[in-house]
Design a protein around this ligand. Structure first.
Ligand SMILES: [Fe+2]
Length: 392
């Protein structure tokens, strides 16, 4: 898939991302072939770029399945929005609507356990907190299923993910939406949200209240004691909070914010593994990246063999997906693209991920969109199909 400036979108191209409004209603559902009307609407909404599955409408593959259904996701974002706003307006926290949607989310997750998480980097939302809460709930629960937790523990994780940032209701919106770095005093206010959330959740009269409060209260603690608010260390941080902490940071890194671009999964992987030493539970982090595609299907890689598109990522070996090589290291198309399983290649085979800014000129220069190779092996080994990208 490729991130295209809106002016280069053509009718028929299939979107690889959804766009929601604040209340969780969908402007655009991923997997849709865009029409002229959609394109002009996106321009009016101020959307500047959109991820599509292919440059050529004739070869546009569907985006990979999401781990929860689109309707479930939209409903969940909507319920989180309502819950936060009702609390803000009335001071009352009513989690009943969230409990109901949590069950649907868990059903979706449990019936899709074989799906690798492939899409968390492709979501846009004009109010971050609500879609972020849903993503955290999904990612945390996915990790919980890998830990083989009981259904009731998993339901607590779904709900804990949806409510982990509920304390932000008491943080001024000017701080939550500020572009750029927070001042020391603004950051001090921001750092109060775990304790504020904990207090609200402890007052709930539901059996999981204590665990929900622990998740909210501890999700910014680091194993090395350098987190906040209590600087808890090691085992004193509840396992559920460690799980939500991983989901929280991964989604924050891979989401677009006013002050930063959305990092690709391989960058998030590197940051969380190498730059955050001591922050996370390493066993949980390894388990997490067993099921989150570090190189999602459709990613174009520069390898020692040449340029290749990721065809398939598998559970437990997300660093070594199956790829299809379509150009040599000198950027010349190979006559017969060929498949390679990186599992059997030297560990330094992957050199870099070809970023969107480089990929678009590469596709135009080669007059070839590698996304068409995702259609099937026969298609790619028997002939090289060139794509008319002259519409650029
Ligand atoms: Fe938080």
């Amino acid at each position: 898939m490729i991130n295209l400036p809106i002016k280069k979108l053509r009718p028929g191209m299939v979107t690889a991302q959804s766009i929601y409004n604040t209340k969780g209603a969908s402007y655009l559902t991923r997997g849709t072939a865009v029409s002229e009307q959609y394109i002009s609407r996106l321009k009016k909404l101020g959307v500047t770029s959109l991820a599509v599955t292919s440059l050529n409408p004739a070869f546009a593959p569907s985006p990979p399945d999401d781990i929860i259904g689109e309707r479930t996701r939209i409903k969940a974002i909507h319920k989180v929005y309502d819950t936060f706003h009702e609390l803000e307006a009335t001071g009352e926290l009513n989690i009943e609507p969230l409990s109901a949607i949590s069950e649907t989310m868990l059903d979706d997750i449990l019936s899709n356990q074989n799906n690798l998480v492939q899409l968390t980097d492709l979501r846009r939302h004009d109010d971050y907190t609500f879609s972020h809460s849903v993503n955290v709930a999904v990612l945390a629960t996915m990790l919980g299923t890998l830990c083989r937790y009981s259904k009731s523990d998993l339901l607590t994780l779904v709900l804990g993910g949806l409510l982990h940032d509920i304390g932000k209701v008491n943080v001024p919106a000017t701080i939550l939406t500020k572009r750029g770095r927070l001042t020391q005093s603004e950051f001090s206010l921001m750092k109060m949200h775990p304790a504020l959330g904990e207090e609200k959740l402890l007052n709930l009269s539901v059996p999981s209240a204590k665990l929900l409060a622990i998740i909210a209260g501890q999700h910014h603690e680091h194993l090395n004691g350098q987190g906040y608010p209590r600087h808890l260390m090691g085992d004193s941080i509840h396992r559920f909070a460690r799980i939500v902490a991983i989901a929280d940071v991964y989604d924050a890194l891979t989401s677009q914010r006013s002050y930063k671009p959305a990092y690709k999964p391989h960058i998030a992987y590197r940051i969380m593994n190498r730059c955050s030493v001591g922050q996370f539970d390493l066993d949980l982090l390894n388990l997490f990246f067993n099921n989150v595609a570090i190189y999602p299907t459709g990613t174009v890689l520069k390898t020692t063999l040449g340029y290749a598109i990721v065809r398939e990522s598998e559970f437990g070996r997300t660093l070594t997906p199956k790829i299809c090589v379509f150009a040599d290291p000198e950027q010349k198309l190979v006559p017969h693209p060929f498949d390679v399983d990186l599992q059997y290649c030297p560990s330094d085979t992957v050199q870099t991920v070809v970023e969107d800014l480089e990929l678009l000129p590469l596709c135009y220069r080669l007059k070839f969109d590698p996304a068409q190779l995702l259609d099937g092996i026969r298609h790619c080994t028997e002939q090289t199909v060139t794509v008319d990208v002259s519409a650029s």
